[in-house]
Design a protein around this ligand. Structure first.
Ligand code: NAD
Length: 260
């Protein structure tokens, strides 16, 4: 593993600021947020169908209950881990241009990352798909309202059902973020994929697009992915541990190149 991390460190420095990090739920498991498909994943406890958009509108009260119990309560209590912190440091050093994340947990921003593209929304906002109203989940105490009534909160503007501002299965991804993510993928020199099974589309096509456009891919993930065969390195380790070592190697690499 150490040798692979050294190879990745050299590539990051050589990319000279043109590296993108692409993250999934595995980047946040060390913060105590379970992933979906891992051995302790959410799918071992609840059915994925609950996050289907048709199911949401068929039974919004049950969907909100699952959201509050399994997503909001866990995610709102979490703090960034060493993976998020290392990624933010690499950006601050001018080596990472942006983070494209499938995560809704805001932990990259909390760790200090500035340029974060959220493909699947954010856990701390609500949206009305009828009139376009969008607001912080805290503003009108939607969580407390739900807990006291057991009913999905209503839009203060048009009265229709509000939805957590996360992308449910069967919903399109936000257009602006999707375009920016694909544009970055097409133009970057290096993409580091962290903690994703690469099983959720279209997000999983972003590293494919980067590879097709000529970028080098590196994957840090505990279990195999469909893109392992096209990656220059596949590092089977915990994201927090690997990225902390990577940051150390990058710092060594920079000091060596300064002395040459
Ligand atoms: P996934 O559950 O399909 O895959 C997670 C991958 O991360 C697995 O392959 C697993 O082996 C790996 N992994 C788990 N812990 C790891 C660690 N410490 N270090 C390295 N690898 C680790 O998740 P996905 O690919 O992101 O897709 C699921 C969808 O669910 C995405 O849309 C995602 O945003 C969403 N989701 C988000 C969160 C979050 O915001 N934290 C949590 C769960 C699911």
């Amino acid at each position: 593993m150490e040798n692979l991390i050294k190879i990745l460190a050299k590539d990051i420095v050589a990319a000279n600021g043109d590296a993108i990090v692409f993250t999934g739920a595995g980047a946040s498991t060390e913060s105590g947020i379970p992933d979906f498909r891992g051995p302790q994943g959410l799918w071992t406890r609840i059915s994925p169908e609950i996050f289907d958009i048709e199911n949401f509108y068929r039974d919004p009260d049950s969907s909100w209950r699952i959201y509050v119990e399994h997503i909001y309560s866990v995610v709102s209590a979490a703090s960034p881990n060493t993976a998020h912190i290392a990624i933010a440091k690499l950006e601050a050093m001018g080596l990472v241009k942006a983070v494209i994340t499938q995560n809704i947990d805001r932990l990259h921003q909390k760790a200090g990352s500035k340029h974060v593209i959220e493909l699947h929304g954010r856990y701390d906002e609500v949206e009305c798909q009828w009139c376009g109203f969008r607001d912080s989940i805290d503003k009108y105490k939607y969580i407390e309202l739900f807990k006291s009534s057991g009913k999905a909160p209503k839009c203060p503007k048009c009265g229709k059902t509000l939805k957590p501002a996360v992308v449910y299965f069967g919903e399109p991804l936000p257009a602006t973020e999707l375009v920016e993510a694909f544009t970055l993928a097409k133009t970057c020199k290096l993409m580091i994929v962290v903690g994703t099974s690469l099983a959720v589309y279209p997000a999983a096509l972003i590293p494919v697009e980067a590879y097709r456009a000529g970028a080098t891919l590196h994957i840090i993930n505990l279990s195999p992915t469909d893109l392992d065969h096209i990656a220059k390195t596949v590092i089977r380790g915990r994201a927090g541990e690997v990225l902390t070592k990577l940051l150390e190697e990058v710092e060594k690499e920079i000091s060596i190149s300064k002395t040459l």
